[in-house]
Design a binder for this molecule. Sequence first.
Ligand code: MSP
Length: 520
Amino acid sequence: MPKFYITTPLYYVNSKPHIGHSYTQIACDAVARFAKMRGEDVFFLTGTDEHGEKIEKATIERGFKQGEEKRFVDEIVPVFKDLWAKLGIGYDHFIRTTDDYHKRCVQSLLDKLYKEGKIYKKEYKGWFCTPCETFWSQTQAQGGVCPECKRPLEKLDEVNYFFKLSEYQSWLVDYINTNPDFIRPDFRRNEVLGFLKSEPLQDLCISRPKSRLNWGIELPFDRDFVTYVWFDALTNYISGAGYPHNMDQFNKLWPADFHVIGKDILRHHAVYWPIMLHAAGIKPPKSIFAHGWWTMKGEKMSKSRGNVVDPFDMIARYGIDAYRYFLLREVQFGLDGAFSEEAFVTRYNSDLANDIGNLLNRSLTMVEKYFGGKVPEGGQGPGARVQKGEELKTKASALAGELEKSVPNFDFMTALTKIWEVINIANKYIEDSKPWTLSKEGKTEELKTVIYDLTEALRIVSVAVYPFMPSAARNIHKQLGLGDDPRTMTLKSIRSWGGIKPGTRTEKPTPLFPRIDSKK
Ligand code: MSP
């Protein structure tokens, strides 16, 4: 079985999750589910980023005392876990940067790099963005604001430990050039190469003196300092896979197939992280995929801007499947997208209530009405199949191949468009073949063919939508009389036409996506 190791970023637990966080989760979950459907041995890692100034500050703001950070994060982590459970995020391991095995891994990495002379101590004078937890050089800090989030920067002047990032610049440029899949999409790779060309890399400040920050992992070689939160958090991708406490597992999983991230944290992942690994003698991950931002009235949706949409609220009102579908279908993964509830409701009513919902409802109603709730024998008699039926069969049988081209490349929009082509052909097939007329005219063989084709197309569609809408997929499968065990929903099962057996007893249809009155 080929292995597939995919990761999400670790989310800061300074407050509740919002749409942006759930976006990365849903995308990774879709790709991980798809890999499982192909028979791959999947390891899907997610978790929380719990140290650093952001968290220390939030602890105090929430009425806890300094030193009570762990108590504070212990209250927030379950909110993330709860949302992931509600959204059907099937991760294999949840890592917290406060976990002991992770802390030990960070310290062993620091120790190794320090002993090898790759970490040294010096006075630091420069700029720091607290919300982004990022250091910026004098040239980058134009006008004293963060080049990333445009918020005011803090000036720092203190003694710290530095990692010799600058020594690896030409190695990294070569690595990116010889591994075109390392940073994706392509335009993000060019962005990183552009940045690496425009100025020399500065060594990375990887410590914070305890006089300024207590909440972090202590440097093993100097207990007066804690580790810079990014050095700590990035290391989760190896500690969560078993480094160094479970090397059998680690050797099986590493290098990771994908780190999926938002574009705002590309530099940390595509520059700091591969260099940290290379310096420690560990291979870089195979690929980093950076997605865009969900915006609200032209601005990035973020907790600090206060323009966030609450995923709990959206799920409560529209359901999990609709939420997952909208995020993956509305915007090309990789680009930014403007969020609006109006667009959400429009897509819900047209794609979900109308297209897929009606197809299921009409088809099952006809199985019930014309064949007593049992799937009829299909494909009987010469000329029985009208042209649309042939098209339906061809397109539905090609879906597995289409998904194989798009889903592993995070091209959810194409994958869903291809599935909806099949759904739309099936709906058109009903209109063209008019089963009610076939029934009236006693053309039973033709009627059987049409109804068989519709149930079979729905079976293929139910399996195809599983990575994106796992509960709706299982629901359709079940209503078709095929049970709701996801283990039966494999890619292999939809590579060819004819999987639903005549005589299968279908259920009375229950609406998948009740229409929303947009005037409400
Ligand atoms: N803790 C760091 C990541 C460390 S990974 C070793 C972090 N956390 S975060 O909570 O601020 O963001 C986590 C992810 O959510 C990032 O990939 C970020 O891009 C994503 N999103 C946060 N807001 C977003 C939008 N408005 N839209 C889409 N995703 C965005 O960064």
